[in-house]
Write a protein that binds this ligand. Structure first.
Ligand SMILES: [Zn+2]
Length: 166
């Protein structure tokens, strides 16, 4: 890596691996994020890992990169400031988004009904959308169990296909 590369590049290339604060130790979120950050070269299919859900979903656009699993917009929020409100994410903190994601697979939650357009809310919380998210998280959890490169490739093809049918 070039010595004069911006600091953020270290995050973008997965060099700086995250360690979970105590409140996240032992959660599915921490397991996912640690696994994918530690397997950037082999398991992430050139995606960066989302700070909120821990899945490799970000496509390296520097500005305005939305997670295609949990909808968190990457605003570079990070521990230990994860309880601060994220303006780019509708006034939700990163930690609140993480709690919502562990419950429903999306950074949004039931009380977002109060401000969200009913159509948007229904789109996110319909039974079909919930099932689609559950399946996506399941596919990524399975991906973590594969060690063979061919199995990883096959699982990514399945994940891409699943994304397309959203
Ligand atoms: Zn995410």
């Amino acid at each position: 890596m070039m010595a004069n590369a911006p600091l953020r590049m270290e995050f973008l290339t997965g060099y700086a691996c995250w360690l979970p604060p105590e409140q996240w130790c032992g959660t599915r979120f921490a397991a996912r994020r640690m696994f994918f950050e530690g397997h950037f070269e082999t398991h992430c299919n050139r995606h960066m890992v989302c700070n909120a859900c821990g899945l490799p979903t970000l496509t390296l656009q520097i500005e305005s990169d939305y997670c295609s699993a949990c909808d968190w917009e990457d605003d570079f929020s990070e521990d230990p400031y994860a309880d601060e409100i994220s303006k780019m994410n509708g006034g939700v903190s990163l930690n609140q988004a993480r709690r919502n994601i562990l419950e429903k697979g999306t950074m949004f939650c039931d009380t977002d009904r109060n401000w969200m357009h009913p159509t948007s809310f229904e789109k996110i919380f319909s039974r079909r959308a919930q099932a689609h998210r559950d399946k996506l998280f399941q596919l990524f959890d399975e991906l973590m169990t594969y060690t063979d490169a061919a199995d990883v490739d096959r699982q990514w093809a399945t994940i891409d296909e699943h994304w397309r049918t959203a």
